[in-house]
Design a protein around this ligand. Structure first.
Ligand SMILES: Cc1cc2nc3c(=O)[nH]c(=O)nc-3n(C[C@H](O)[C@H](O)[C@H](O)COP(=O)(O)OP(=O)(O)OC[C@H]3O[C@@H](n4cnc5c(N)ncnc54)[C@H](O)[C@@H]3O)c2cc1C
Length: 465
């Protein structure tokens, strides 16, 4: 008997789960690798079992879909079709030739000191996205967290980041964060959204094509009202204040061009600021394999294939668009990979429903992207003394000097001149801010490793690797 083909799926969020299940159901032996302790990714992030959550569904929507994914994963694992490696952080992918196996290098466990290697005939990258963090005076104070970070504390740790919270920035993620925190008992002092509601109206035809999403938005609006959360649209946080930790934020209104309206600043006392300015795709692993990017996302074809043979990508890594889009893309990727690994040409007619959903949801995501961009002029408002790269303590003034006086025209040169992005996070946090301040495009980092690796793990690799 011949061995079934092998597929490694990196990421067990909606995209990776849908891909793994679709491939496993079609005779592929799947290894599902994820840094988290449980499947679910960001959207279906689960509380640690030791916390004994009695009603985890209270913190989620679309719980039925999660139950279906979770139960199908359990069935495939029991049947030996899927191996789920939890708490495995992939730091590098490599391939000797176009047709050769893909080697996945991971670090296991919370200390990330044990090296693990998985080989497969193909790989599906479903590594999700990360939040865009933009600086302002006081953003490094304890008590300032990202919006997704606040959500992760609640969903994964069942804890509130504070008692009185301001949720701020821009993007649809702010809605579940504000309503989730309020429902869990936090006082949400304000939801500060920089987008202009008129921009939503201008996009009405594209948005109306997704009535389900509109209903979801209306549901959030109703919950915000019920919890008495004040919404300040076309406003932005200009500073966070506190001695030792956050005590208040100053917010101000924006005019139609994204400039601060004089005299509109007001101070809101709070102990937590949950702030986010949208999401960006996680592309490090795709970059190590040489996949072409389109803007900031991995470029894929109609089958979710990248331009590197044997490498598929799905979900936020290929463009930010929400969990439903990630599910559709993952499903298509899994089916395509299964067919190709069995040596057949896939018939897209068999995933027509997922294809239609993908088209609609991508259009919706594009419409939202235009509405929820960071406010124009945010970079001009960051004072020179504000730290931008917190790993290397590089200020906005140093970045401006590198771009202005020293003539740096790209992110890499700014990094070499200032050390911005050379620290532990390798620019994953500060990259968008440094690019904005320097006035250069946000380009891929081209790092050989997706995360810091202990020297002992590198030394233990066979010589040719
Ligand atoms: C912090 C955060 C909070 C969010 N909260 C919400 C919300 O409340 N509501 C909402 O509608 N949308 C939310 N989103 C957006 C939502 O997560 C996505 O739309 C959806 O989850 C995308 O699915 P995905 O499978 O592409 O990625 P994800 O769900 O992000 O899954 C990616 C998975 O890949 C794993 N991974 C990444 N890199 C590696 C690596 N190198 N090694 C091993 N594993 C790796 C991660 O651990 C993760 O489990 C949030 C996003 C973020 C970043």
């Amino acid at each position: 008997m011949t061995e079934p083909p092998r597929l490694t799926v990196v990421g067990a969020g909606p995209a990776g789960l849908a891909g793994a299940l679709a491939a496993a159901a079609r005779g592929v032996r799947v290894t599902l690798v994820d840094a988290a302790e449980q499947a679910g990714g960001q959207f279906y992030r689960q509380p640690a079992p030791a916390l004994g959550a009695r009603r985890p569904q209270a913190l989620h929507h679309q719980w039925r879909t999660w139950e279906r994914l979770r139960d199908a994963l359990a069935r495939h694992r029991a049947a030996g079709r899927i191996t789920h490696l939890t708490d495995h952080h992939v730091w590098c992918l490599e391939r000797e030739s176009d047709a050769g196996p893909v080697t996945v290098h991971a670090l296991r466990g919370p200390a990330q000191e044990v090296g693990v290697t998985v080989r497969a005939d193909a790989v599906l990258l479903a590594t999700g996205g990360y939040e865009r963090v933009l600086p302002f005076p006081g953003w490094t104070l304890p008590g300032v967290v990202t919006a997704g970070g606040a959500q992760a504390m609640l969903k994964g740790g069942l804890v509130l980041p504070g008692r009185t919270v301001v949720v701020a920035g821009t993007g649809p993620l702010l809605l579940p964060v504000a309503t989730g925190l309020a429902a869990a008992g936090a006082r949400v002092a304000a939801l500060v959204e920089s987008a202009d509601p008129a921009a939503l109206l201008r996009r009405a035809p594209a948005l109306a094509a997704q009535p389900g999403k509109l209903a979801e938005g209306a549901g959030y609006a109703a919950r915000l009202l019920r919890h008495g959360v004040r919404t300040l649209a076309r406003h932005t946080v200009v500073a966070a204040h506190g001695t030792g930790r956050l005590e208040a934020v100053t917010v101000a209104a924006l005019d139609r061009d994204g400039r601060l309206r004089p005299g509109s600043a007001r101070r809101i006392p709070c102990d937590t600021l949950a702030v986010g300015h949208g999401m960006l795709p996680h592309t490090d692993l795709a970059e190590t394999l040489g996949c072409t990017l389109s803007g900031t996302a991995v470029r894929v074809d109609a089958e979710q294939r990248t331009d590197v043979p044997g490498v598929w990508a799905a979900g936020e890594a290929t463009g930010v668009g929400g969990a439903a889009l990630a599910l559709a893309e993952g499903h298509i990727a899994g089916r395509s990979a299964a067919a190709r690994l069995h040596g057949t040409t896939p018939d897209p007619g068999r995933w027509a429903a997922a294809d239609r959903a993908r088209t609609r949801l991508r259009e919706f995501a594009t419409a939202l992207d235009d509405v929820y961009a960071p406010p124009a002029g945010w970079a001009d408002r960051v004072p020179d003394g504000t730290v931008v790269c917190r790993c290397e303590e590089v200020t906005a003034g140093q970045v401006r000097d590198a771009a202005g006086t020293l003539g740096a025209g790209d992110l890499r040169t700014v990094k070499l001149l200032t050390r911005a992005g050379m620290g532990w996070c390798q620019g994953r946090m500060c990259g968008p801010a440094v690019a904005g301040l320097a006035g250069c495009p946000l380009t891929a980092g081209r790092r050989p490793f997706a995360r810091p690796v202990p020297l002992g793990v590198l030394a233990a690799l066979p010589e040719k690797e």
